[in-house]
Ligand binder design. Structure first.
Ligand code: PHE
Ligand code: CO
Length: 285
């Protein structure tokens, strides 16, 4: 995740390298932290079968990190073989350009610290459970892995064009909170949902949120909430759709959208393709 934060960051940024990476120092995790990881994992594992896309479920099981906080040095050879990505350990949230540069070079930053037991249900900043459980299995999918790299490259461009806010909405509504239409119904591939005990069932089963067909320009002008479940989810058909729609140069899109008032997180527009339960998307009335 990227973005400006108002509060002081929680990680230890005192011993990092210039690219913000640190050593994971796996032996320093306590028995209590491994136990908390197991509890977090156990809660999600049952939900993921019903609510996550196949690509996610398959890699999550192949990795099998049910027993302890994962060691990045043991995951990296598998990830390298699968999609040529690597995990790098970081103290927490990164400056935008540092984050984009890692992604552009197929390095995924994973926070080293784990939340406290009292944050079991909700955490403000991404921790190792969110970063690893939510994001890492999807990096084993070749098309999705290419999308994340392209996003990093696009981030460096967006930064130069003062368009980070628009691009960050795309990350939010896809990588963090995206849904996908599958033969077995709507599922999620979004890390913010996959690492959340409450939002996994909510994003699929609740009648409350809007579920709208993926639309790049629409997403780039839609604000989002960071402190509640989402009011709107965008649904892709498959990862190729996501990759292809985001392949063009965004420069003219940014120029066109700049200065427009963004849509509210809850907005439904006449041009939206709205998903209703168990049906194909239809245009909003
Ligand atoms: N094609 C985008 C650009 O030119 C880059 C991008 C790719 C952004 C994939 C997001 C996701 O800026
Ligand atoms: Co994230």
């Amino acid at each position: 995740m990227t973005g400006e934060t108002q509060h002081a960051l929680r990680g230890d940024y005192s011993r990092m390298r210039p690219d913000y990476t640190v050593d994971q120092e796996w032996p320093a995790y306590t028995a209590e932290e491994h136990a908390l990881w197991r509890r977090l994992y156990q809660r999600q594992v049952g939900l993921v079968e019903r609510y996550a896309c196949e690509e996610y479920v398959r890699s999550m099981h192949a990795l099998d990190f049910s027993q302890a906080i994962p060691r990045f040095d043991l995951v990296n050879p598998k990830l390298k073989a699968a999609t040529n990505w690597q995990l790098v350990a970081v103290p927490g949230l990164l400056p935008d350009l540092t984050f984009f540069d890692h992604l552009a070079h197929r390095r995924f930053p994973v926070t080293v610290w784990l939340r406290k037991p009292e944050e079991f249900d909700y955490i403000v900043e991404p921790d190792i459970f969110h970063d690893f459980f939510g994001h890492v299995p999807m990096l084993f999918d070749p098309v999705f892995a290419d999308y994340i790299q392209a996003y990093g490259q696009g981030g460096i461009k967006a930064h130069a064009q003062g368009a980070i806010e628009m691009l960050a909405r795309l990350y939010w509504y896809t990588v963090e909170f995206g849904l996908i239409d599958t033969p077995r119904g709507l599922r999620t591939y979004g890390a913010g949902i996959l690492s959340s005990g409450g939002e996994l069932p909510y994003c699929i089963d609740s009648p409350d949120p809007n579920r709208i067909g993926f639309d790049l320009l629409r997403i780039m002008q839609t604000r989002y909430k960071i402190d509640t479940f989402q009011e709107t989810y965008f649904v892709i058909r498959d990862f190729e759709q996501l990759f292809d729609a985001t392949a063009p140069d965004f420069t003219p899109y940014y120029a066109m959208l700049k200065g427009r008032e963004p849509h509210a997180p809850s907005a439904v527009l006449a041009t939206d393709r709205v998903y209703h339960r168990g049906e194909s998307p239809v245009r909003a009335a």
